[in-house]
Write a protein that binds this ligand. Structure first.
Ligand code: GLN
Length: 277
């Protein structure tokens, strides 16, 4: 009996001890990063390892904080929710800072930029934006050249968000005033690679995605190319997202990012993966 009681007391003490540290099941010395490792060159899988710009920057941050980096590969659309819930300490996935996302999470200082581009099949009838939209005298899109066009995107990304707006907003949907989509010409895939596969097999006419993954997909697949033209309007800032209440981690990450920018580490990592044109 005594033995049982002391066992119970010992286990209770252990539980209290564990829970004393921040959250019950999280090791304080582990920096848990949620990502979607299908976004080369920012994050992807090589053999059994996660590699890419974000992975290396995250490792450099973890080293500075004296923490061990743990990477969780999840769907892009569940990163922010998981960070808000406290499942992950941070989300790093070539993630664009948007006003809407800022309602749910804080973003670090930005460490890279991206541009939305269009990928089409070689020989496509789409050779410029003029083949996609009819424009008014002010240069604003007013109609689609082909009302049956299908656009592939990775679900929940900025490519999805832009494409899902109405035509006057450079999107591909007919949207009612209350936001209801009446005609949806966007096909949403789990990964950019799936969207590219759909393009190759003519399920969609074009794919909208960030420029660097676009370059990687074009390099890895024959018969597709990036549409040339002015797309500076779609320039985005990438940053790390962190739960709103975790300002301590936000400050630490910003400080680490600053140092890594100043000492040239970030440039070095970026140029390892992105060759200057
Ligand atoms: N930059 C885009 C976004 O934040 C895409 C990111 C991604 O697919 N990993 O939505």
């Amino acid at each position: 009996m005594k033995k049982i009681i002391s066992l119970i007391i010992a286990s209770l003490m252990l539980i209290t001890l564990c829970c004393g540290f921040a959250s019950c099941n999280k090791d304080d010395n582990v920096l848990v990063m949620a990502t979607n490792a299908a976004f080369p060159p920012y994050e992807y899988v090589e053999g059994d390892k996660f590699v890419g710009i974000d992975v290396e920057i995250a490792q450099a941050i973890a080293d500075k904080l004296g923490m061990e980096l743990q990477i969780e590969d999840v769907e892009f659309g569940s990163i922010i929710g998981g960070v808000v819930e406290g499942k992950y300490d941070m989300g790093m996935a070539g993630m664009t800072v948007t006003e809407e996302r800022k309602q749910s999470v804080n973003f670090s200082n930005t460490y890279a930029t991206g541009i939305q581009v269009i990928i089409v099949k070689d020989g496509s009838s789409i050779t410029s934006l003029d083949d996609i939209f009819e424009f008014n005298a002010d240069g604003d899109p007013v109609a689609l050249k082909d009302a049956n066009i299908k656009v592939g995107v990775q679900q929940d990304t900025t490519g999805d968000i832009y494409s899902s707006s109405d035509i006057s907003g450079w999107g591909f949907c007919d949207v009612e005033e209350d936001g209801t989509i009446t005609t949806d010409r966007v096909v949403r895939y789990k990964t950019g690679a799936d969207a590219v596969e759909a393009l190759k097999t003519d399920k969609v006419n074009m794919v909208i995605i960030d420029n660097e993954p676009a370059k990687s997909f074009v390099a890895a697949n024959d018969g597709i190319h990036i549409l040339e033209g002015d797309n500076e309007y779609a320039v985005e800032d990438y940053a790390i997202c962190i739960a709103k209440e975790n300002t301590e981690l936000l400050d630490k990450i910003n400080k680490a990012l600053d140092e890594l920018k100043k000492d040239g580490t970030i440039d070095k990592i970026v140029s390892k993966y992105i060759k200057a044109n």
